[in-house]
Design a protein around this ligand. Structure first.
Ligand code: XMP
Length: 548
């Protein structure tokens, strides 16, 4: 069993980052809403594995009205507590200090001075001032601030704008900082969080993906026994890693159903089959349902209607395959389980969930509602993993890195990248143009420094890795061109490449002109039927990443 850290979420947009940083220190942690009850806290700590609690920041826009408090029992468990930003303020208030509303927001980089040689900051610094005090470059984002220390606390950090930027009661191991150690702008942030979870809380650093496989395999075997499992393989990272993990655990008790809706990328279906059947020797049923999907999509132009049709047909095909499987006897007793690639961010309930609603489960666009309809139990072996961890696990399970680190691809596939009515002719043109774009991105060396790319942990070596998502969009309009001696009247495509850390906002990527030139030259020359290529220079918001 893993020792654990509890992160109470007050609704900050960066709460998940705290959890990711703790996991990067190889410590297991979970995020729960700040308004869990005292009883819940005591139950959570009852097995003795809870080693520390972190109180997150709050959402910037609700700052002034934020009145959430931590359950008082957090301060009575006898274990270390770290308050971050709003978490510091609520700690101060709840333990007898004072917080005052700020009239201005402090936002951005700040330099603070460490005080008192606390265990949290001891030896952690970016610079030293003339008087020998440690200085730290940190990221601030707050309006209110602590103006009076609670009894028992001493000053841990300060600067002119924020005289109490950190406080500590070392006898109780309570620490709090006004800045955000979880964001990379706080240079020593990871060191501070590691000091807290490993040093102060003394948590075991045993959360390691390579070792996790054995643990997850045991758990799946115990859960499933000798029953059979079916899984809808989409070719995406999550369902692929889930399939590889479950296959490792129960081998032929797993049957994957891979529905080809005719809206996949070039050669994607063959690649999925090669990976799972030829390399992993998993049982995969490939269903070519493209005619069915395209048939239902004929004449439909409205984006939401298109999405609904694709989702609905997926469920139909999957249900039919599950029924066939049962009837054919290929599956001895009929599957009892439906596996899904739900991951932790889909499960985390957001802060201040007043309703105490049950943990939300992603209604996957593909298989939403399916477990009930099919009368199957749900198997979700990735439920506690972040995306980075799912990728690490995938590589550890032997999936190719270039598949595991692929950009996200929407469930409705090319259906939302062909504007208006979807036709096979359009999908075929788009597939070829998109394959050229992606190939050139993978071939283009990236010389830049920091990036918000899809895999910030790996220094990107190519433009493919330096952007978070890139794809081609088919525009069903024709424009005039000239090729050789002749006039052409052909279709237009748009290239889209964005950089983002969370896909909620995104910047269009400043791809080099030379790269765009190579891509457009190749598409126009190699894909007969397309004679014009444009580059999408819209950021999100106001544009979305996908065009539909
Ligand atoms: P937007 O277009 O909303 O996209 O800015 C944000 C991210 O979500 C992906 N996306 C989807 N993923 N099913 C999915 O699995 C969908 O229906 C869907 N629609 C958008 C999109 O590719 C981007 O990464």
């Amino acid at each position: 069993m893993h020792q654990k850290i509890l992160i109470l979420d007050f609704g900050s947009q960066v709460t998940q980052l705290i959890a990711r940083r703790v996991r990067e220190a190889h410590v297991f942690c979970e995020v729960h809403p700040c308004d869990v009850s005292d009883e819940w806290i005591r139950n959570y700590a009852a097995d003795g594995q809870l080693k520390g609690v972190i109180l997150s920041g709050s959402h910037a826009s609700v700052y002034e009205e934020a009145t959430d408090k931590a359950p008082q029992s957090v301060f009575e468990l006898g274990i270390p507590v770290l308050g971050i930003c709003y978490g510091m303020q609520t700690m101060a208030q709840q333990l007898g200090g004072k917080v005052e509303a700020g009239h201005t927001r402090e936002f951005g980089f700040a330099q603070i001075r460490a005080h008192g040689h606390t265990e949290l900051l001891n030896g952690i610094q970016d610079a030293v001032n003339d008087d020998g005090h440690g200085l730290l470059d940190v990221w601030m984002s707050h309006g209110d601030k602590v103006t009076e220390l609670p009894p028992g606390f001493t000053l841990m950090a300060s600067n002119a704008a924020c005289p109490i930027a950190g406080m500590a009661d070392e006898s109780r191991k309570f620490y709090a900082v006004q800045f955000h150690p979880e964001v990379t702008h706080t240079v020593q942030g990871q060191a501070m969080l590691e000091r807290f979870v490993l040093g102060i809380c003394g948590t075991r650093a045993d959360w390691i993906m390579g070792d996790y496989i054995a643990e997850a395999v045991e758990r799946i075997r115990a859960q499933v026994g000798d029953e059979e499992v079916i899984l809808g393989l989409s070719g995406g990272v999550d369902s692929s890693v889930a399939a590889a993990l479950i296959h490792r655990a129960i081998g032929d008790q797993l049957t994957c159903v891979f529905v080809d809706h005719g809206l996949l990328r070039l050669n994607e279906g063959d690649m999925v089959m090669e990976m799972f059947v030829d390399k992993l020797h998993a049982k995969v049923i490939r269903v070519d349902a493209s005619a069915q999907f395209l048939g239902h999509l004929a004449g439909v132009t409205e984006p939401e209607a298109k999405r609904k049709i694709i989702g609905r047909e997926f469920v139909e095909v999957f249900k039919a395959e599950a029924a066939k499987l049962k009837a054919s006897g290929a599956s001895k007793k009929g599957a009892k389980w439906l596996a899904q690639g739900t991951i932790y961010p889909d499960v985390i309930e957001s802060g201040g969930a007043k309703s105490k609603k049950a943990v939300t489960i992603k209604s996957h666009h593909n298989v939403g509602g399916l477990p009930e309809q099919l009368g199957l139990k749900l198997l979700e072996p990735l439920r506690e993993l972040f995306k980075d961890e799912v990728r690490e696990l995938g590589v550890a399970l032997g999936l190719p890195a270039n598949m595991v680190y692929r950009h996200p691809f929407p469930g409705p596939g090319l259906g939302v990248r062909i504007l208006g009515e979807v036709k096979k002719e359009y999908a075929d043109l788009l597939r070829r143009a998109d394959a050229i774009f992606i190939e050139e991105l993978r071939n283009a060396p990236y010389a830049g420094g920091n990036t918000l790319g899809s895999n910030p942990r790996l220094a990107p070596k190519t433009w493919y890795d330096a952007v978070s998502q890139a794809f081609t969009v088919f525009l069903p309009v024709k424009s005039v061109g000239v090729m050789g001696d002749g006039r052409t009247y052909d279709y237009v495509v748009a290239l889209r490449a964005v950089q983002t850390s969370d896909f909620m906002t995104a910047d269009w990527a400043e791809l080099p002109y030379s790269l765009l030139k190579t891509v457009s030259g190749r598409i126009i020359n190699e894909v007969r039927g397309i004679n014009r290529v444009t580059y999408d220079v819209s950021s999100k918001p106001p544009a979305t990443i996908e065009w539909e």
